[in-house]
Design a protein around this ligand. Structure first.
Ligand code: SAH
Length: 252
């Protein structure tokens, strides 16, 4: 059940109330409580901004328009839910900026897709509040998402319950070892940055699949790394600098 009865009254719709947004519909809101229209316009503006920032994949834009990000943050932060900013989700962790979530999923979608046009099975390392897992559930057939902090694993379970996303599987454990039972994956996406991409992820990746992971470079700074598995090789591409929480081993 939704635990925030005060929410609709608290969401500041800002200028959208005075100035109707003339954006094209960005997809149907996946709304657990039937009150999704309250935030549709704000989300449409977020999607317009993402497009202006260079996100072009229609599946990604539709998924970002469909998932209600405000349901994944504390009620005190609801007004910032659609701003391009990372937000605290407890236990020292953060939900990534919408732009970073969209960018990484767009990169992931460069992998080999199913005949349906969707990505096949995806593994997410770092469930956090569950937001990215929900976005992934729109573009992939199955989502396995692992979190090493029990408190956040449970929070994500609670956040996602009302969405009833049958293709999202939340796991509590150390994502450094991947999740062999769901392998091979068409895509593996990490929401935390490690020193290197763990071999287990490479082993659990399907041929034609992609890993998108923030990784610490020789200069000590994180960059977004894309690893593609072809029948012959592993192709690594280092992209822009990013700032993710550290990938840690073990559970807590
Ligand atoms: N995708 C998340 C972002 C969460 S932040 C969201 O949408 O909210 C990254 C998360 O990675 C943190 O919750 C952190 O606890 C988790 N994490 C770090 N190392 C991990 C590991 N080895 N296995 C699983 N989760 C890990």
């Amino acid at each position: 059940m939704i635990k925030r009865p005060g929410f609709p009254a608290r969401l500041d719709l800002g200028p959208a109330q005075a100035r109707p947004v003339r954006a094209k519909p960005v997809g149907t809101a996946l709304s657990p409580g039937g009150i999704g229209l309250d935030s549709q316009a704000v989300r449409a503006r977020m999607v317009q901004k993402l497009a202006a920032q260079g996100i072009t994949d229609a599946q990604v834009l539709a998924a970002m328009g469909a998932i209600e990000r405000h349901r994944f943050v504390d009620s005190a932060l609801v007004n910032q839910a659609y701003e391009d900013t990372s937000l605290p989700i407890g236990l020292g962790q953060t939900i990534s900026k919408p732009n970073v979530v969209a960018r990484m999923i767009e990169l992931l979608l460069g992998a080999k897709k199913e005949p349906s046009g969707k990505l096949g099975r995806v593994l997410e390392i770092g469930t956090g509040c569950g937001y990215q897992a929900a976005v992934l559930s729109v573009v992939a057939t199955e989502v396995y998402s692992i979190e090493r902090l029990r408190g956040l694993h449970e929070k994500a379970r609670e956040n996602l319950r009302a969405f009833r996303l049958a293709n999202v599987h939340l796991l509590f454990g150390d994502g450094m070892v991947g999740y062999a039972k769901g392998a091979p994956y068409a895509g593996i996406i990490a929401a935390a940055g490690g020193e290197a991409i763990p071999q287990a992820w490479v082993d659990q990746l399907a041929v034609g699949g992609r890993i998108v992971a923030p990784t610490v470079m020789a200069n000590g700074k994180q960059a977004l790394v894309v690893l593609e598995k072809t029948p012959r090789e592993l192709k690594q591409t280092v992209l822009e600098a990013v700032h993710f929480v550290p990938l840690k081993s073990g559970i807590a």
